[in-house]
Design a protein around this ligand. Structure first.
Ligand SMILES: [Zn+2]
Ligand SMILES: [Zn+2]
Length: 260
């Protein structure tokens, strides 16, 4: 059994109800949890979900935008203050890891990792990497965003979970999400703001539905919601995605949990 927790579901601008997008996946084995992205407030979101400082073993950072990586130094420091002991492994594309390293270097006076209470490793990965998260074979796919970004496809015993992270529609999404039980993708804009979606290389809710249909997925979950920035409602996004995808569509709230 795998537990998926939507730690944050907003896009770059958090709202009163939603934090920067982040996901946690927990398996049956303790300490093997996977955290995907660490923007602002991710430690607090983990605490609220009852996920302790040693429960996450791996952190995958999808890309180097602030809402996905900006909280890395404070997450590492918070884990230390909370008494973490287990090793922590951080994974990212080479372009993303350069930013992660720079963030760590800025705080080198405080994040003295050689004298840390737990080990941290930083591993550069790309599409040829043979990854295993939660004991599940995991494939990385480069997406099409304004900077290099990577989505993940996890072949879990209960079915495939695919997460596109930030991207505009791209052929690689069909490989990433092919017949996934759950396809989690971004929906930063509505169709009325499609021009902004193209400019910033994001998706509209309608396009998210199109991608889900092309992938023949079971359930579509919309995250990275731009409602705070654009003033649109969940109902509008859901209705728009339903024009292009006939399966179940969910718009999780922060803290919502799914079991697979
Ligand atoms: Zn983002
Ligand atoms: Zn982004």
């Amino acid at each position: 059994m795998t537990r998926l927790i939507f730690l944050g579901t907003a896009s770059a601008l958090p709202t009163t109800a939603r934090g920067n997008v982040a996901l946690a996946l927990l398996g049956d084995a303790g300490g093997q949890g996977l955290l995907i992205d660490c923007g602002d407030g991710v430690y607090r979101a983990l605490s609220r979900a009852g996920i302790g400082p040693d429960a996450i073993g791996d952190v995958f950072i999808t890309h180097a935008h602030i809402d996905h990586i900006g909280g890395l130094p404070s997450l590492i420091e918070s884990f230390r203050l909370a008494g973490r002991r287990r090793p922590l492994r951080v994974y990212a594309l080479p372009e993303t890891m350069r930013v992660a390293r720079a963030l760590m270097d800025i705080f080198a006076f405080e994040l003295t990792l050689e004298r840390w209470s737990y080990e941290i490793s930083f591993t550069v990965v790309d599409e040829d990497a043979r990854l295993t998260f939660l004991d599940a074979p995991t494939q990385l796919y480069r997406m099409r965003h304004s900077i290099p970004s990577a989505g993940l496809r996890l072949e879990l015993p209960g079915g495939v979970i695919a997460y596109s992270c930030d991207t505009e529609p791209a052929p690689a999404i069909v490989d990433l999400g092919r017949q996934a039980r759950l396809f989690i993708t971004e929906s930063t804009f509505l169709r009325k703001n499609e021009a902004f979606a193209r400019m910033s290389k994001h998706m509209t809710a309608f396009e998210a539905g199109q991608q889900a249909a092309a992938c023949e997925v079971g359930t579509l979950a919309l995250v990275h919601l731009g409602e705070g920035e654009e003033g649109w409602s969940q109902a509008e996004a859901s209705a728009e995605a339903a024009e292009s995808f006939s399966g179940p569509i969910i718009l999780p709230l922060d803290g919502d949990t799914l079991e697979l």
